[in-house]
Design a protein around this ligand. Sequence first.
Ligand SMILES: C[S@@+](CC[C@H](N)C(=O)[O-])C[C@H]1O[C@@H](n2cnc3c(N)ncnc32)[C@H](O)[C@@H]1O
Length: 229
Amino acid sequence: MNQSTDSATDLLAGLDDATLLAQLGCPAGTLGLAVGDMLAHSNRAVIDASFDLLDLHANEAILEIGLGNGEHIAAVLDQASGLAYTGIDLSPTMIADARRRNADLIERGQVWLETADVAALPFPPGAFDKAIAINTTYFWPDLGAGLKEARRVLRDGGVLVIAAITPAAAIDQPFAAHGFAVHSDVELETACAGAGFGQIGITRFVEPLLDPQQENGPREFYLLRACAL
Ligand SMILES: C[S@@+](CC[C@H](N)C(=O)[O-])C[C@H]1O[C@@H](n2cnc3c(N)ncnc32)[C@H](O)[C@@H]1O
């Protein structure tokens, strides 16, 4: 772990589960910055696996919903030439941190970041080739409405990838008792179909052991890929 991850771990040690869950749903302030650091580290494997599934090609326009602190954006842009990355997050703290981390890419016009809610994406219909949402559907007020917004801003034939912890893995998470929406594979597939997606495929991804090792062992995620009809 690097120094910033160490200090994030110190700040988060002893945090009660309800406070942690609120911060995961919308990181805010100094604590939120530490949560963002922790998430960027602990979710790196599932973030990488999700972007692999998105299968980026040259000159595509990508939207990430609930991006967190944006530590991964530079690596995403390395995956193909001429990519245009747009990221939105409900948290102004995350957007400010992501802007700071990616100032050069924003300056060059390759990255655009904005505070926004998935419920009302500030983009015209068909603006993106690909969209991705990692570890964020748990906090959306209405999964179906969020997915309809994702469909609206994708072009016909555009691709959506969602990564979300499986219900079985979520039971082991310390904040599971404080209520966040974990969806089954059937619920995710049904919501996607209802929002105008087809060719829906769901695989499972088990993350490798982290350093330091997670208290509850590696987590299992659904990786969903769907096509905008
Ligand atoms: C658990 S974090 C995941 C961050 C990152 N995607 C990752 O996997 O590490 C959830 C993120 O989703 C954002 N979020 C929650 N509800 C949202 C909404 N309705 N619209 C957009 N972003 C939202 C939060 O602010 C937070 O940054």
